[in-house]
Design a protein around this ligand. Structure first.
Ligand code: BV8
Length: 257
């Protein structure tokens, strides 16, 4: 159901225009209109009967390295073919129109940077980064071949210590990167407006950011066609898609996305 109330858009645009710092906090829904399934969509193909939260763990990788590595190699291939939609261009336009915009994303698809956003904090890492499991030695992404089909792929071995190469993402049960967390929590506590776009609010600790912003006095805006765990926290709810709401906000600020 998409019900974007013009009055809400005007209210949010007014707050954006007055804000010294805006945080755009995004989840998998931000990439939905670029053709990337959200984390909880029924996964297609080989992964349909597997729970992503089961696959996105270090234990799963240790138990079945080829299955997990293949899933990430396939996702990177899908993501590389994706094109950032108009909502991503709108976030870039906000950077041009406002004093400071910080993107804090749970996504690992790199689409914000590809669209041209400059201040992007990737809380859960990236599909384009790899390191070895035992010592964290970096491994060049270009050395990871793109799979021909969706299925198991044996991970390469680290040239320095021989341990298997893993994706540079944050798995369930792993700590988030310290530098990004410090910067994101600080921005959430300082921003005038937080746009919360395309997240179910189920994954922690990223899901605490809107509460930090709200308690620090920010306007928290949910952009999501469906209700989420965060809806009750929102000052304003724009019940619509990222690709529709974000450009509409930029248009109200007088900028072409
Ligand atoms: C940690 C990388 C400390 C990998 C990801 C109980 C309470 C609190 C916490 C926990 C708990 N039990 C366990 C935990 C901890 C756990 C957690 O939160 N579990 C959840 C499931 C309960 N968290 C962790 O483990 C984190 N680490 O806590 O460290 C620690 C250390 C040791 C031991 C214990 C704790 C690490 C979490 C990071 C996991 N990695 N990604 C990968 O991608 O493979 S998370 C993964 O889910 C993705 O990053 C994804 O972004 C993220 C969250 O999902 P969403 O982005 O919200 O996507 P989702 O599909 O859920 O929702 C999409 C939304 O978009 C929907 O609302 C939909 O309506 C909307 N939408 C759809 N279309 C559109 C749209 N919106 C706008 N426009 C559209 N067009």
């Amino acid at each position: 159901m998409t019900d974007i109330d013009p009055g809400s858009l005007d209210r949010v645009a007014g707050a954006l225009a007055r804000a010294r710092l805006v945080v755009v906090a995004t989840g998998a829904g931000m990439s939905r209109e670029s053709g990337i399934p959200t984390f909880r969509d029924a996964l297609t193909g080989l992964w349909a009967r597997l729970d992503p939260e089961e696959l996105a763990t270090a234990d799963a990788f240790r138990r079945a390295p080829a299955r997990v590595f293949g899933w990430y190699a396939w996702r990177r291939k899908v993501v590389r073919a994706a094109v950032p939609h108009a909502g991503y261009d709108a976030v870039v336009a906000l950077e041009r129109l406002l004093p400071q915009v910080v993107v804090v994303t749970q996504n690992v698809d790199g689409l914000h940077r590809r669209a041209g956003s400059r201040q992007v904090l990737e809380l859960h890492g990236s599909l384009e980064r790899f390191r070895c499991l035992d010592a964290g030695h970096p491994f060049p992404a270009e050395a990871v071949a793109e799979p021909v089909e969706d299925g198991p792929v044996d991970p390469p071995a680290c040239a320095r210590c021989g341990s298997p190469i893993r994706p540079g993402v944050v798995w369930f049960g792993e700590m988030l990167p310290e530098w990004e967390v410090t910067a994101a929590w600080e921005a959430a506590a300082r921003c005038g407006v937080m746009l919360v776009v395309g997240t179910s609010g189920l994954v922690h600790p990223a899901a605490t950011l809107p509460r930090i912003a709200r308690e620090a006095g920010a306007m928290v805006v949910e952009v999501n066609p469906e209700p989420s765990e965060l809806s009750s926290l929102a000052t304003v709810v724009c019940r619509g898609s990222a690709g529709a709401v974000l450009p509409a906000l930029v248009a109200r600020l007088g900028g072409a996305a």
